[in-house]
Every structure is written in C-alpha cells, then in structure tokens.
Design a binder for this molecule. Structure first.
Ligand SMILES: Cc1cc2nc3c(=O)[nH]c(=O)nc-3n(C[C@H](O)[C@H](O)[C@H](O)COP(=O)(O)OP(=O)(O)OC[C@H]3O[C@@H](n4cnc5c(N)ncnc54)[C@H](O)[C@@H]3O)c2cc1C
Length: 455
C-alpha cells in the first residue's frame, strides 16, 4: 500500500487545486466528485443551443492563485483581462461615468477617475479619499474589525448615502455578495486593500471568454488526467472514518470503500458538516453560522446590440452589474446580456414573470438602445446558496485546513483563507490543504523510516 495516497472529496476549484498540488507533491491522488462534471459552483450548461453560465464570474489581477490555476489548466486563451481597470457606470437616463485607473501608483491611480466621476459631489470625493485612507489602516485580522458592520463604519467616516451607493456598495456587493450594511468591516477592508488600495494593477478585471465549464470542467479534467489524478465523477462520498491502523476509509455508493492516508474535504460548509467525523473537532453549528447568500442571474437576449462595453456597473437602479455574454455563449445574432444580482435573497423566489416585469424597464432605462430592441428570450438562473455570508463575526467560524485529525484536511472558499467566497479563495484553500497533507505524509514516512531503523 502506498503511504502517500490522498483522496480529495469535491471537484470544485478548491478540490481541483488540492488534487493538482497533491499529485505534484508526489502523492497518488483520487478526486471524488458527486456530480457528472467538475467546476462546482462555477459552471455552464446547455440551453437551447447556447452554453449558459450559471452566473457571471469575474476575477481580478490580484487573484494570483486562480490565474496560476488557469495556466496549469492551459486555459489562458479562454480568459481575458483588461490592461487597466475601467468600469463604465451607467445610470437611468443614459448617464454614464467611469471608474478607472491611471498608471500612477496606488492609491493615486484612482484619483483622476474619482475626480471626474459624475455621481458624487466634491465634498463626497474628499470624504471618500479620506475614508479610503482610513480603510487602508484597518487590520483585517483584528476580530474587533471583523465584528463591525461595514455600513456602520462607513457612516462613522461620514460617507453620505449617495457616496455609499455610487462607490462603496458598487464594489462591496459583487465581491462579498452582501450589501455594506450586512458585511464585515474586516472582510470589506481585505477586498479594498488587496484589490484597490495597495497595488495599482490589482483591481484590473478579468473574465472568461468561453463558457465556464470549458475551463473549470473540460480543461480541468484534461489537466488532472495529464497530471495523473484519478478523477471519479458521479461518485459522492458518504462517510469518512478513521482506520485503527492509521489513515481513513472513505465510503460511497458508487465506489464502495477507499483507503487514504490523507483526505481533503473540499465541499460546501453544509456538506462538510455532514461528512466530516466528529473527532475532527469542527465547531458545532459552523455551517449555519456562516449562512449563505443568493445570487441571481437574469439572462436577456436582445435582437440587436444594446450594450457597447463588455460589462458595466449601474447605479440608481436595482440592476447592479451587466455583462455581454454573446460570443462566449455561442449566440450568433443579437446580444446576450447577463444581469448579475448579488445578495439577492429577497428576490430568489420571485417568478420569472415578476423579474422580467421589474428588470426589463430598468435595462431600457440605462441602455437607450434597448428601448427599441426586441427581447427574444428572458430566463433566470438562481444560486440560492451561492456563497457563505461574509457577515460580522464570520472569521471565527472559518476553520483553517487542519482539523484535530492529522491527515484530514478542509478546503473550500468558505475556509479561513482571508478572502471572501471567490474562485481565488477556493484555489488558495485547496493549495493550503494540499500543503498540509503533503507535509503530514512526508512527516509520517520519515517517522516510519526512523521507526524501522534498529536501535
Ligand atoms: C452565481 C455565482 C456567481 C459567482 N461569482 C463569482 C465571481 O464573479 N468571482 C469569484 O471569484 N467567485 C464567484 N463566485 C464564487 C465561486 O464560484 C465559489 O467561491 C467557488 O467556485 C467555490 O469553489 P469550492 O471548490 O470552494 O466549492 P464548490 O464549487 O461548491 O465545490 C464543491 C464540490 O463538491 C461536490 N460535492 C458535493 N457533495 C459531494 C460529496 N458528497 N462527494 C463528492 N463531491 C461532492 C459538488 O458537486 C461541488 O462540485 C460565484 C458563485 C456563484 C454561485
């Protein structure tokens, strides 16, 4: 029996990263995935001849682990990134402004754009600059900062409701999947510090040119196979038990029993809570305490081009962010927009008809060209538990990769990576779990070698 056998449970980005790093470290790796595809929460599916993402995904230049994973999947040609941050911000009546950066070092890189940003007054600009300076100084590892609602902190920095809506909410909501009033100050500070306020290029935005499953399923499967990982789809793990002689036994209906010297559990909090043995010492109720926040995507196919930019943010409307998915979905005529609604718990059960009636006029409000256009299709994708809630106090509920059982590791965007629930957080968590697993395995082997040396 190999003494370096690793089972990774869960084929999302965390599991893929954990499997690739474990096999690169010399382990014999099996990846078990319950569904018939890899990619977890970031996937696409076929619908009427188009390939549709379950929800728009973007990443930033500072997402170094995710970008490195894209390289390992040999999928660089399937993503793109702006040379410099530039976001059109649309408002009803056809108004538009831009949030963009210059080549100056951070935080001066945003100064010119904020000076011209049409949605805030001069007084609000000065106050915003001051609050950004204060936010740079927040200790993101301080539990006290984690306990404070970001909205309350912004109010204490005298940020007007208008400035909150025009700048702070615009960035917080899609990155934390929570509004400013519900989000943790420490988690929001992490996003602004890492993404906007430390390195000028960090906030440049990247996105997929292909359907998500082309990257996170098909390219990932090829990369895992090249690396020598044994991938088993439709193979949900049901239990993990500790073996008396060492290691773990993973059981599942599709594969029976599998022995492993180390197991990486790369599942959602709710699934991890079901499968991780009590002896691992996870805090009672951690999955419920982390909670979840929904994301809806409204998919609107127009008979003509109505949005000029590849994507745009909006203010003064409930639309949030809009993305052009025409080319990536395979649509040949007209334009396909995905409207991404984060922190959408309040609307997640609304009917398609209600969402259509509410949002099409909003689109026509910010996109003058949409007024005369015909809507060919309107459908909705709903991710009811898209991410955990990065709410005040969240950090204490996010475990690191280690558990009380040596060799049983945790991964997933919800673990304690310091990042919000993102693709970057997922990849980092998988890498961290693999590091600990490999260190434990080589420690165990060294121990066994010493034990076999006669005294
Ligand atoms: C609509 C939407 C939009 C998003 N937008 C962005 C964005 O713009 N940018 C960004 O960075 N992030 C975004 N995210 C978040 C990002 O997708 C996730 O944080 C990340 O993909 C989570 O990866 P993971 O590997 O931790 O977990 P998951 O992707 O949840 O993977 C867990 C895997 O485990 C499998 N599984 C479950 N039970 C079992 C079992 N018993 N045995 C074996 N396998 C099992 C599941 O099928 C799944 O494949 C978005 C998420 C959603 C839903």
């Amino acid at each position: 029996m190999s003494s370096r056998r690793v089972i990774v449970i869960g084929g999302g980005l965390a599991g893929i990263a954990a499997a690739l790093d474990s096999v690169a470290g010399g382990a014999e790796v099996t990846l078990l995935e319950a569904r018939g595809r890899l990619g977890g929460a970031a996937y696409s599916f076929q619908r009427g001849g188009l390939e549709v993402d379950n929800g728009q995904h973007v990443f930033l230049r500072c997402c170094t682990a995710y970008r490195e994973l894209i390289g390992r999947l040999e999928a660089q040609a399937l993503v793109t990134m702006q040379p410099r941050l530039s976001v059109a911000v649309l408002a009803p009546g056809g108004r538009r402004g831009y949030l963009s950066r210059t080549g100056l070092p951070a935080p001066l890189h945003l100064a010119a754009s904020l000076a011209r940003y049409p949605y805030i007054s001069w007084r609000e600009r000065l106050s915003l600059a001051w609050a950004m300076q204060r936010l740079r100084a927040v200790d993101i590892n301080d539990p006290e900062a984690d306990g404070v609602p970001f909205g309350r902190w912004l109010a204490a920095q005298r940020q007007s409701r208008n400035a909150v809506a025009a700048v702070w909410e615009l960035i917080t909501r899609p990155t934390l999947n929570l509004g400013v009033d519900d989000a943790s100050l420490a988690q929001a500070a992490q996003v602004f510090q890492v993404g906007l306020l430390s390195d000028a290029a960090a906030g440049d935005i990247g996105w997929a040119l292909a359907p998500l499953s082309e990257i996170h399923d098909r390219a990932a499967a090829r990369a895992l196979q090249r690396a020598g990982v044994q991938v088993q789809l439709r193979s949900g793990a049901q239990t993990i038990s500790v073996e008396p002689a060492g290691g773990f036994l993973v059981r599942g209906r599709a594969f029976g029993e599998r022995h492993a010297d180390a197991v990486v559990v790369a599942l959602s909090p709710a699934r991890a809570a079901q499968i991780v043995p009590a002896a691992a010492g996870l805090r009672d109720g951690f999955a419920a305490a982390l909670g979840s926040s929904a994301i809806l995507n409204l998919h609107v196919i127009y008979d003509r081009k109505v949005l000029e930019q590849p994507f745009a943010a909006t203010i003064g409307t409930p639309l949030q962010w809009i993305f052009d998915r025409t080319a990536s979905s395979g649509l040949r005529e007209g334009q396909y927009l995905a409207v991404s609604l984060s922190a959408a718990d309040g609307e997640r059960h609304d009917s398609v008809a209600a969402l259509r009636a509410r949002y099409l006029p909003e689109l026509a409000g910010v996109l003058p060209a949409a007024r005369g256009a015909q809507v060919r299709e309107f459908f909705v994708t709903r991710e009811h538990t898209a991410t955990f809630r990065a709410a005040p106090g969240q950090r204490a509920w996010r475990p690191g990769p280690r558990t009380r059982l040596d060799g049983l590791l945790l991964a997933g965007a919800w673990t304690d990576t310091g990042w919000p629930a993102t693709m970057e957080g997922a990849v980092r968590s998988g890498q961290a779990a693999a590091r600990v697993a490999l260190a434990g395995l080589s420690g165990a082997r060294r121990g066994a070698e010493h034990a076999s040396v006669p005294a």
